[in-house]
Design a protein. Structure first.
Length: 183
């Protein structure tokens, strides 16, 4: 599996992964009608714009399988709310279900941390739905819980949990030395 920085030409692949991941991950959590309404064609222009305008300030990394298909991505940037003592934010990691549990999340996170550390960021925040089992991935990396917030998706209220890592170099070390070293 190849991990690389995304380019504008990757917008379709990223949009496809985002929509399919939502449909796979949130099945049974979010209404079927809402999940069925998600379309790659709606997300593609947003990713084209994002990759064109903010590639340096908000890097996106993709996981590409041997057939050249994007099967996962991670998006990073400056912490958006200003409410937490975090300089950067992991906006999203999405991986197609077939490729989960293969350390792709860790590899994408490592690529983003490389970039954030080079840009002199020391801390990072991530938001995750409390009911999403994928939050255990983040919890396994021992963040501090920073808060909770209600969000509405398809007319239903959900709780999002904010986690923060105050030392990105330590997180990087944990990923590289302990988690990725376990083969």
């Amino acid at each position: 599996m190849n991990i690389r920085k995304a380019a504008k030409e990757d917008a379709s692949g990223i949009a496809k992964v985002q929509v399919r991941s939502w449909q796979e991950t949130y099945q049974g959590l979010v209404s079927k009608d809402y999940l069925d309404s998600l379309k790659m064609e709606d997300r593609k222009p947003l990713w084209e714009r994002s990759l064109s305008e903010s590639g340096d300030t908000s890097p996106v990394f993709v996981a590409v399988n041997p057939d050249g298909e994007i099967v996962g991505f991670a998006s990073f940037g400056k912490e958006r709310s200003g409410e937490f003592k975090a300089e950067s934010e992991l906006y999203a990691i999405y991986i197609l279900k077939k490729y989960q549990r293969d350390k792709l999340g860790l590899k994408l996170l490592k690529a983003g941390l490389d970039e954030l550390i080079k840009k002199k960021y020391d801390s990072m925040l991530v938001w995750v739905l409390k009911e999403n089992d994928s939050r255990k991935f983040y919890e396994s990396l021992q963040p501090e819980k920073a808060g909770e917030e209600a969000v509405e998706i398809a007319g239903r209220e959900y709780i999002e949990v904010a986690y923060i890592w105050k030392d990105l170099k330590m997180l990087y070390h944990t990923i590289v030395e302990k988690r990725l070293a376990d083969r």
